[in-house]
Design a protein around this ligand. Structure first.
Ligand SMILES: Cc1cc2nc3c(=O)[nH]c(=O)nc-3n(C[C@H](O)[C@H](O)[C@H](O)COP(=O)(O)OP(=O)(O)OC[C@H]3O[C@@H](n4cnc5c(N)ncnc54)[C@H](O)[C@@H]3O)c2cc1C
Length: 461
């Protein structure tokens, strides 16, 4: 199921790596985070290469809804309470500046990517008090924010919180235009990393700095990111003859948190969020279809797709130094479904760190930041998920059941750490509820942190 971005972009072909090379910096992953980081490094004269397992943008970036905004659902009131005003301001300003940085880059490079400034709205059908609190918090942090009841949505709301002057674009048109300026080796999957050497199976890249922009880092130790994140998936319909909205919308109510934005004559209508690996009964697209018929009775679906993103323990991305024991490794992950602005934030923080420039926003995103009470609670929750996933079905699993679905021999267990995989009928895909790795029905790897296809050896404990 291809996104409309995919259907409307020609990705230029990059050659695979065919020899051993050296570089100042090697970036693993050619999604929005990897390409932007490589761009800013190259702009400052750094010798940088990107290694991409497939082609650029082929990860979550091709399936995003591509809103560029500092409005990351309800976050600022919580950030102030949990982290204090200074760190909350770092988060807010870094993301506000990211919107401006996109606008500047589009202009500077003359990129034709349907970039438009639009307001971003959070809406609620129930209690607008949370929006009032969020507006108050946002204003304290320097963001213009206004609560209204007037929207262009096809249903009445109790309130909508508007941030003006945010943006949206065609992510792949933007990405390809930036990527044309960078040295990229496509179809070059990184199989392993050791100190400052990166192995692709056939060849080695030696570098002074290494950046994990692979969406979810596939190295378990050091860093322990597998214990510090899970993934969540949601679904999108592209509709013809649906509404025309004045901006980008997303709901904050649990059972009405639809995401909406226009692109050309289409409306992107998203929802159906779940932890990856927890959609056994399916029905996510059907539910969206039902709601679409309800809101726009004459609308017609032209495309559907889904995507997932990493959620950190405290809801703030991990951007910066990968681990204390690896001072020259960097990471950009855990964007919590706000990876357009977060990729730009990551690109600025990591490129500044590598060229030795001060970045006043880096502290709040540091992967080595202190743990708050929420962090500890979620860490224990992730541990429980892993324990259940690892032990589930080991005594009862019937090999026949497994073969019926996957034809992969000794059991649908994840190639990452051996958790029991679950079938997602909406996608026809195996998913890991522990860390969110995904595999085709025949066991081929799709999404990290697993970095290899299922086999008899890797699919059983
Ligand atoms: C339904 C949905 C809607 C969203 N909408 C928005 C939105 O409107 N606005 C917003 O800000 N965010 C949104 N997001 C989030 C955003 O799309 C992501 O955060 C962002 O695309 C992540 O970019 P990335 O570069 O980190 O990862 P990716 O785009 O996944 O890039 C990682 C790349 O690394 C490559 N890779 C992986 N392993 C290896 C390896 N071993 N060797 C070499 N290469 C490797 C992959 O092939 C991939 O190309 C949305 C997310 C979802 C799920």
């Amino acid at each position: 199921m291809k996104s409309i971005w995919n259907e409307t972009t020609e990705i230029f072909p990059s050659e695979p790596l065919t020899r051993d090379i050296t570089a100042d910096v090697v970036v693993i992953g050619g999604g929005m985070a990897g390409i932007l980081t490589a761009y800013y490094l190259q702009e400052q004269g750094v010798d940088v290469v990107v290694l991409e397992a497939n082609c650029i943008g082929s990860g979550q970036t091709e399936d995003t809804t591509a809103k560029i905004t500092s409005q990351h659902s309800l976050i600022y009131d919580r950030l102030i309470r949990e982290w204090g005003e200074q760190k909350a301001r770092q988060y807010a300003q870094a993301n506000q500046e990211a919107v401006v940085a996109y606008a500047n880059l589009v202009k500077k490079l003359g990129i034709d990517c349907e970039f438009q400034r639009k307001p971003a709205y959070l809406y609620t059908l129930s209690d607008s008090e949370v929006l009032e609190r969020e507006a108050h918090a946002a204003k304290r942090l320097g963001i213009e924010a206004k609560v209204t009841t007037q929207t262009t949505l096809p249903f009445p709301v109790q309130g909508a919180l508007m941030f003006p002057d945010q943006a949206m674009f065609h992510p792949l048109k933007f990405l390809t235009a930036v990527a044309e300026r960078i040295t990229i080796y496509a179809e070059t999957k990184v199989e392993g990393v050791e100190k400052m050497s990166v192995f692709t199976g056939r060849h080695t890249v030696r570098a002074k700095h290494l950046i994990f922009a692979s969406h979810y880092p596939f190295v378990n130790i050091p860093g322990f990111y597998f214990a510090r994140m899970h993934q969540e998936r949601s679904y999108v319909l592209a509709l013809e003859q649906a509404g025309h909205l004045d901006g980008m919308y997303i709901g904050v109510d649990k059972d009405a948190s639809w995401s909406m934005r226009n692109t050309g004559n289409l409306l992107l209508f998203g929802g159906g969020n779940h932890r990856t690996g927890e959609n056994k009964s399916g029905g996510k697209y059907a539910e969206l279809e039902k709601q679409a018929r309800n809101f726009w009775p004459v609308s017609r679906e032209v495309a559907r797709w889904s995507a997932q993103d990493c959620i950190t323990l405290d809801g703030i991305p991990y951007i910066g130094n990968f681990s204390k024991t690896r001072p020259d490794w960097y990471v950009a992950t855990g964007f919590g479904k706000w990876g357009m602005s977060s990729s730009m934030v990551a690109a600025r923080i990591i490129s500044d760190a590598i060229v030795g420039q001060t970045n006043i926003y880096k502290e709040v995103f540091s992967p080595q930041r202190l743990w708050k009470w929420r962090t500890i609670q979620n860490f224990l929750k992730e541990g429980r998920y892993a324990a259940v996933g690892l032990t589930k079905g080991i005594f009862t699993e019937k090999i026949e059941d497994v073969k019926e679905h996957a034809g992969i021999g000794r059991g649908p267990r994840c190639a990452h750490m051996g958790c029991k995989l679950e079938w997602n009928p909406d996608e026809g895909i195996w998913e890991c509820p522990c860390h969110g790795s995904r595999f085709q029905a025949d066991g081929e790897i799709i999404d990290n942190p697993a970095n290899q296809t299922l086999s008899d050896e890797t699919s059983s404990l």
